[in-house]
Each structure stands twice: as structure tokens, then as C-alpha cells.
Design a protein around this ligand. Sequence first.
Ligand code: ATP
Ligand code: MG
Length: 254
Amino acid sequence: MVNQKGGVGKTTTAVNLAAGLGFGGLSVLLVDLDPQGNASTAVGGEHRNEEPGTYEVLIEQENIADHVQVSEEAPNLKVLVATMDLAGAEIELVSVVSRETRLKRAIDAYLADNDVDYVIIDCPPSLGILTINAFVAAAELLIPIQCEYYALEGLTQLQRSISMVKANINPSLVLSTVLLTMYDGRTRLSSDVAEQVKQYFPEETMETIIPRSVRIAEAPSYGQTVITYQPASAGGQAYLAAAEELARRGAEQD
Ligand code: ATP
Ligand code: MG
């Protein structure tokens, strides 16, 4: 989940797709790559008392398997939590060897020994070394786009970073998926933005659109995803549909 623009729904999408895929019977590893640790909180991960997680994996090169926590938010959902330490990682990584490939190595090692259908990485709102680690580790990128003014702002910069990583380190990286979030059916603006995004990303934009929903925004304060908090709400249904659409796309590729 990537978009250097803040507050567009990256974390919300990461945790709810992870839960949706989990309830669909798939096994998911959620990697919280944002020092804010919001994805960790949303799936009930312990991360406020310096529990080990993404920081130890990136900086100390420890194994993911030793630090994953089991989330109660869905069957077969595990989370690698982020702590505030991760804020320092951006600077600490600058001077270490293989700084762009550390997450990839760790995930590849984990996947060699564990049966995982999806690894979902929640990126911070920047294009720094943490996000570059995600670009190197990932096969696909999903960009959540908020149906608001300036929705497409910054996408050129994002695409430039993606191209750079593709050309130099990870040739198989694809921007495969765009998800429209916080859609407000009552406003002309939302539908205009949705149209614009579909024109810009005709293949990538998912059919499922995530509505603006109070239930989605409330869920994290209960340490839950909307999928367990209010599955029948419009937001819960939308994220379940998005997870199903994503899984179908994945199955068609295989
Ligand atoms: P950051 O860039 O800070 O990491 P983000 O891109 O991860 O932000 P979120 O944290 O997922 O964005 O969402 C930003 C805020 O909007 C949060 O308070 C979240 O609860 C709320 N939000 C996300 N999606 C929806 C939605 N569909 N309806 C209502 N509120 C939403
Ligand atoms: Mg976030």
C-alpha cells in the first residue's frame, strides 16, 4: 500500500484487505512499515512497549518468524509490528550495506519456510528508504486514492520513484492496483475525481470503491478492522468486496 500523500487510506486499506483475505481463507502477513504503527494497532498488535518488529528486522537483520504476532482480527493473519524506533531507521539505514534490500531478504526468507498467500506492506507517507524497501520487496503496488481535491497530485513523483526502482533493483515491480477511497456519493467532487482516476488508470482502478464511512474510521479505536467491528456496514461490505476482487485478480494472474 503506497502513496506518499498522507491520510489517503493506506493503513485502513492494508488492515481491512488483510482481514478480508484472511476471512476468505487465505493466509496473510501484514508488515507495518510506518513508525506511526497504526496498522499494528488496528489489528490488535502489541507495539507500544518496544516489542520487536519491523525495526529489528530492518536494522538488526533479525528473522520475521521470530517476531510475528498472531492477530485475532482474522484467521491466519499475522502482523510484524512497527514501533516508534522505526522513525530512526530512515536515518540509520543510510549508512548500512544493502540498505534497500533488507526487507526483501527478510520477507523472502520468511516465505521460504511459511505458507503465506499475501504479504501486505503498509508504507509511511513518504518516498524515503522505508518505502524504497517496500518497492524492492514487493511484486505489486496498490495505490489508494482519496476522492478529494488534489487526488492525483504527487502521482508523477510516485511513478518516477517506481520507475527508478524498476530500472535498478526490482524489474518485476508493477503498479497493478488503484483503489478509490473515502468516496462520498453525495458530492459531485467525488464522482469527478473517480472519473479522472479511472481515465488515468483504466486497467488498474478496482471496480470496488470504498465509501466514506464513520464505521471505518471508528474501528481502529477498538483495536479492530471494520470487517470484525461492523461487517454488515457499507464500509465493511466494501472492504470485503475489495478483498474478493483483489483475490480474483490474483487468481487470474496465476
Ligand atoms: P498516513 O499517510 O498518515 O499513513 P493513511 O494513508 O494510512 O495515512 P489512513 O490512516 O488509513 O490513511 O486514513 C486516514 C484517516 O481517514 C484515518 O483517520 C481513517 O480512520 C480515516 N479513513 C480512512 N478511510 C476512511 C473511509 N473510507 N471513511 C471514513 N474515514 C476513513
Ligand atoms: Mg498510514
